[in-house]
Design a protein around this ligand. Structure first.
Ligand code: HEC
Ligand code: HEC
Ligand code: HEC
Ligand code: HEC
Ligand code: HEC
Length: 448
């Protein structure tokens, strides 16, 4: 018999009716249990059999979450010079999601620990044995995963997954509803300020409130339904096909109708590119190029107004999502007259790769609680504004012109994406960071 872990209390209500088992678990939140490091198994070991899955996961943003230079340098920069307790607490908390195996085994505990002493396995980020030891979620923000890892390679324990008939001989296997739900992702992909409670990232909530979260489980498209269907050549977004990926979980296992892919690609082309992973870089571009549509309404030009309409056709959450105060999705607009002269422009990068103030940017702006914008999320006490584009919705941006474009002019608009404003990267001391790649998500051009 395995010992019931003492760090959480589970009140189970088991209802056996018409063969349906409903388990409701109330888990009281107590400080995260520390496990011995040797209970976790290296991704390389899992890859011995699941080599294709390991290859997909290697250099994914999950694999790189601890080493990602954009994250590490931004995090260190934001920590500098803080003096208020709540702000320091937030700035120290990053490792809970970015280095989860380290935190749950005792080191690092906080960002300012000597991260060069991080155990090798923990430097490998969000990994196989972390996700596949998850048995529950205490809260849908700030990584509330409850783990039951095995005891290392000699006694690997139970790996939770999508199959209900799996009988591997190396480890035990169990069917897990949690792994099929957005909840396993959502607990990390919703980030709240640890002291002030401000919503810093809300990807899970955005998905939960979207049409993809259909009340009918058969029609619902969870995070996995897009992100774990993508593979080279198949972007698997809300506006493309998401064909199944038949295959087997190891070379000698049975053929399954779908093997979930593990590339975990979002919009990050810069960091995957920096680690030399051309496939994932291309997949991120493909994802971004199948996320949104843009069109023009030229009906009000006589009133010196141009409408640009942007539709979120492919993302299961807002565009952009995640670190919505940092990501830049913006409109680049130009008008050329019949003789090709540029008569209007907005949203073009300047010589320093910065965007001017009047550009239309879809983003969240964090505030200090008194209405002033803050760059440092550790100081964020409010969300001042949020004009991002929710899933399956469209927004119209009206541009006021100071002239009426002549007949024969060409109006062009592009929707562009980059990971972070160059203005912020330029603040970070040391070796220059960036410029990050700019990806064209959608474009439109019309002669009037
Ligand atoms: C971020 C969490 C996460 C990480 C990291 C992760 N997995 Fe998974 N994995 C999942 C989820 C979730 C599913 C099932 C998806 C579903 O059922 O909707 C899955 C499915 C699987 C399956 C069943 C076969 C399949 O792909 O459908 C295997 C085997 C597996 N993972 C092995 C691994 C290995 C090996 C690694 C490391 C190289 C790994 N996983 C890393 C979340 C993760
Ligand atoms: C010696 C080979 C081997 C190694 C090493 C191995 N697995 Fe497996 N694993 C299998 C086989 C075989 C299956 C069954 C596949 C099937 O049923 O289609 C499996 C199934 C799984 C499943 C699906 C379980 C389910 O019920 O849905 C997960 C998740 C999984 N492995 C994760 C891991 C992780 C994480 C590691 C590393 C800690 C690992 N495996 C190491 C052979 C292995
Ligand atoms: C209907 C398909 C679909 C579903 C469902 C979906 N996504 Fe996405 N996701 C996308 C597309 C398309 C993009 C690229 C556009 C973008 O960055 O917003 C994306 C981007 C992302 C990014 C990168 C965001 C950025 O710009 O930095 C993250 C992180 C992410 N998704 C996580 C999730 C999580 C977590 C869930 C579930 C709660 C989820 N996604 C559900 C399609 C989907
Ligand atoms: C333990 C916390 C954790 C869990 C669980 C988790 N993620 Fe993540 N995820 C992260 C972190 C942290 C990053 C960002 C790493 C970075 O950018 O340095 C990330 C990055 C991503 C990205 C890439 C974003 C980009 O900008 O390209 C995608 C896509 C993604 N996750 C999807 C998922 C999905 C789908 C699941 C559920 C199957 C999931 N995640 C579960 C923490 C987690
Ligand atoms: C609750 C989990 C969680 C915590 C805690 C967390 N993050 Fe993240 N972080 C994420 C996820 C999920 C993403 C991916 C979202 C996306 O791609 O937009 C991410 C992405 C990032 C990125 C983007 C990296 C890139 O390559 O573009 C930066 C920068 C970042 N986080 C900084 C921080 C800092 C600084 C802290 C601590 C103050 C922190 N994070 C704490 C979950 C977390």
């Amino acid at each position: 018999m395995k010992k019931k872990p003492a760090y959480f209390r589970v009140t189970g209500l088991i209802l056996l009716a018409t063969g349906i088992v409903l388990i409701t678990a109330f888990v009281t939140a107590t400080p995260a249990k520390k496990f011995d490091l040797d209970r976790f198994i290296e991704p390389d070991t899992c890859g011995g059999c699941h080599w294709e899955i390991q290859k997909q996961w290697t250099n994914s943003m999950h694999n790189l979450s601890h080493r990602d230079p954009v994250y590490t340098r931004v995090a260190k920069f934001l920590r500098q010079g803080l003096t208020r307790a709540g702000e320091i607490e937030e700035a120290e908390s990053c490792v809970k999601c970015h280095t989860p195996v380290g935190v749950i085994t005792g080191f690092p505990e906080k960002l300012s620990d000597d991260l060069s002493k991080t155990p090798e396995i923990a430097t490998q980020g969000i990994q196989c044995d972390y996700c596949h030891s998850a048995v529950g979620v205490t809260q849908m923000y700030n990584n509330g995963l409850v783990l039951e890892p095995g005891h290392g390679e000699d006694d690997p324990g139970v790996k939770q997954g999508p199959f209900d008939d799996s009988k591997p001989d190396f480890h035990e296997a169990a069917f897990s509803k949690l792994h099929q739900s957005s909840g396993i992702c959502g607990t990390c992909h919703n980030v709240k300020h640890v002291a002030f409670g401000t919503d810093l990232e809300t990807t899970y909530t955005e998905w939960k409130n979207s049409p993809y979260n259909d009340p009918d489980p058969e029609k619902r498209i969870a995070c996995q339904g897009c992100h774990m269907y993508q593979r080279p050549g198949i972007p698997a977004t809300g506006s493309t096909h998401r064909p199944e990926n038949p295959g087997s979980a190891t070379e000698d296992s049975v053929e399954r109708p779908h093997i979930f892919t593990h590339y975990f690609v979002g919009g990050n082309t810069g960091v995957t590119g920096q680690f030399g992973d051309k496939d994932k870089q291309d997949m991120a571009v493909a994802r971004l190029q199948n996320a949104a549509k843009i069109c023009l309404n030229t009906g009000k030009l006589a009133k010196k107004q141009l409408d640009v309409i942007v539709t979120n056709s492919g993302a299961g959450h807002s565009i952009p999502t995640g670190v919505g105060d940092l990501r830049q999705v913006w409109l680049e607009i130009s008008i050329r007259d019949a003789a090709q002269n540029l008569v209007f422009q907005s949203g073009f990068l300047d010589g320093k790769k910065e965007l001017s103030g009047e550009a239309i940017i879809f983003r969240t702006v964090l505030g200090d609680g008194r209405g002033n914008p803050v760059v440092n999320l550790a100081k964020a006490k409010q969300v001042l504004s949020d004009n991002r584009i929710p899933a399956k919705q469209q927004v119209t941006q009206t541009i006021a012109l100071d002239f009426i474009p002549r007949k024969g002019s060409v109006i062009s608009a592009r929707l562009l994406y980059r990971g972070m404003p160059q203005k912020i990267l330029n603040l970070i001391p040391g070796e220059p960071l960036g410029p990050l790649p700019v990806v064209e998500m959608a474009k439109v051009s019309q002669r009037i």
